[in-house]
Design a protein around this ligand. Structure first.
Ligand code: PA5
Length: 461
């Protein structure tokens, strides 16, 4: 089976669409800007700023992570990630893409002795308490992940589970915690050193949403039995495909080019629609990557631009009965990316009853047919869409996909002339939370907010 991922953008071109299509000329006119974008990205890489591009080559680190997971295999029934945003979404994506869709419900032998995996990506007390109801904390390894080492959501989860562990295990509780954080900065780093936790490092030059192939994503993946070396191998393969500066041969460049041109002609919504249940959370991961990287107030020259395409996560065929009506007939403001899988792991034949037309055909064919029908119908309604096809879902191909979209995001940021790698909007929310929750050093901010809140009139029904 070919390992090559195919990007088919026929349904974005004016040769297919009567309206809203892109001409070959428009695409090739963007060529030099894209080559410049690629140069900029490579320049930043050389300057050591884009750590995500180094991650696929950190094979000895991956081996160490595998060793750690193998050494601890069988010692814990559960592995729980405490983190949020870039410190959680990649982990969820890896587990759901590769592992059995009901992995945690399988008996241990069917999980090949690996622990159940949970990722707590929120601070909802019902969810956290709910998890406590279904796990025995004594038999659980907690991986607290925060690059900054201070994020309130993650730290609150950590304090809650640390208390539970201490109640049950006393000083031995440390064995049940692995901290993944910065090498020398942040509250969690201080704490982890003081408490002598096992620690893994988030490289300084890797931002949260680009960190899935770092220890942030790899540890929980290894504990879930995922072949992390193959993930990195896939990412390296995609990196090799993206070395060319010929846009029509470079998957990341062509994706960025199409998204950019569509955005410029008013398609400000980028829909990600996998036709595979396994890739549902891939769309979630993409949404964060695209939104947090590209939604920016100012450009590189400091000019206010308020740019950024809005990513929307959707699932085929489920959303054909929900959002697709809007995509077909609503405003012309979307470009849809379909993720297609040639061969799912399972094949199911629909039994024949009363000469019903579905009888004897496979469910696989039904899904692929629905996908094809959706892309054709979208195109007939002049709705631009492209299809990215994976031969099958495995670690190698997932590694390719992750790297493709990370690199495309970097190129897209260059085309939009913004800083792809900061997130001042997220930081502001964090600061306001610290102030309102009484973090020392934020007293002035708190007073300001309280004053503002007093001033504002209320409109409540
Ligand atoms: O991509 C990002 O930078 C963010 O989504 C962060 O991952 C998120 O805010 C969590 O930050 P931290 O890992 O510092 O706790």
């Amino acid at each position: 089976m070919s390992k090559r991922i195919i990007v088919d953008y026929t349904n974005c071109m004016d040769t297919t669409l009567k309206l809203n299509g892109i001409s070959k000329k428009k695409l090739s006119d963007l060529g030099s800007a894209l080559q410049q974008a690629q140069k900029e990205v490579n320049h930043k890489k050389q300057a050591g700023q884009l750590g995500f591009m180094e991650l696929p080559y950190k094979t000895s680190e991956a081996k160490d992570i595998m060793k750690l997971a193998t050494r601890l295999k069988g010692k814990y029934d559960n592995f729980v990630v405490l983190g949020i945003g870039g410190s959680a979404l990649g982990n969820i994506c890896l587990q759901n893409s590769i592992n059995h869709l009901y992995y945690n419900l399988l008996p241990k032998n069917k999980r090949r002795g690996f622990p159940r995996i949970f990722v707590l990506d929120n601070v909802d007390a019902d969810m956290v308490k709910g998890l406590m109801d279904v796990i025995d904390v004594k038999k659980t390894l907690f991986n607290v992940i925060t690059k900054s080492g201070t994020t309130s959501e993650t730290m609150s989860q950590y304090f809650i589970f640390r208390k539970e562990l201490e109640k049950r295990l006393g000083q031995k509780y440390r064995r049940n915690i692995i901290a993944t954080t910065d090498i020398d900065k942040g509250y969690l780093r201080e704490l982890a050193d003081k408490e002598r936790y096992t620690t893994l490092v988030v490289p300084k030059n890797v931002g949260g949403r680009f960190s899935v192939l770092s220890p942030v994503g790899l540890l929980s993946a290894a504990f879930g039995g995922i072949d992390i070396e193959q993930l990195l191998a896939g990412a390296r393969y995609m990196d090799s495909l993206c070395q060319t500066n010929n846009m029509s041969k470079n998957p990341a460049m062509i994706y960025a080019a199409l998204q950019y041109l569509m955005y410029k002609q008013g398609k400000t919504i980028s829909v990600m629609m996998p036709y595979a249940q396994h890739l549902k959370e891939f769309a979630d991961w993409y949404a964060q990557l695209w939104a947090e990287s590209l939604g920016k107030a100012v450009n590189n020259k400091g000019k206010r631009v308020n740019v950024g395409p809005t990513p929307v996560k959707t699932l085929g065929a489920t959303d054909q009965h929900s959002q697709v009506q809007l995509y077909m007939e609503g405003p012309f403001d979307k470009v849809v990316t379909i993720l297609s899988v040639e061969k799912l792991a399972a094949t199911l034949t629909i039994p024949s009853y009363n000469t019903h037309f579905l009888g004897g055909q496979t469910m696989n064919k039904l899904l692929l047919t629905e996908e094809k029908a959706t892309t054709m119908a979208l195109a007939q309604n002049n709705r631009p869409n492209l299809t990215i096809t994976l031969p099958e879902i495995n670690e190698f191909n997932l590694g390719q996909m992750i790297y493709l979209f990370e690199l495309a995001t970097a190129y897209m940021g260059e085309l939009l002339e913004i800083n792809t790698f900061d997130q001042p909007g997220v930081e502001l929310g964090k600061i306001l939370t610290y102030a309102l929750m009484g973090r020392p050093g934020f007293e002035k901010k708190r007073k300001e907010i309280e004053k503002q809140l007093r001033k504002k009139g209320k409109f409540i029904v």
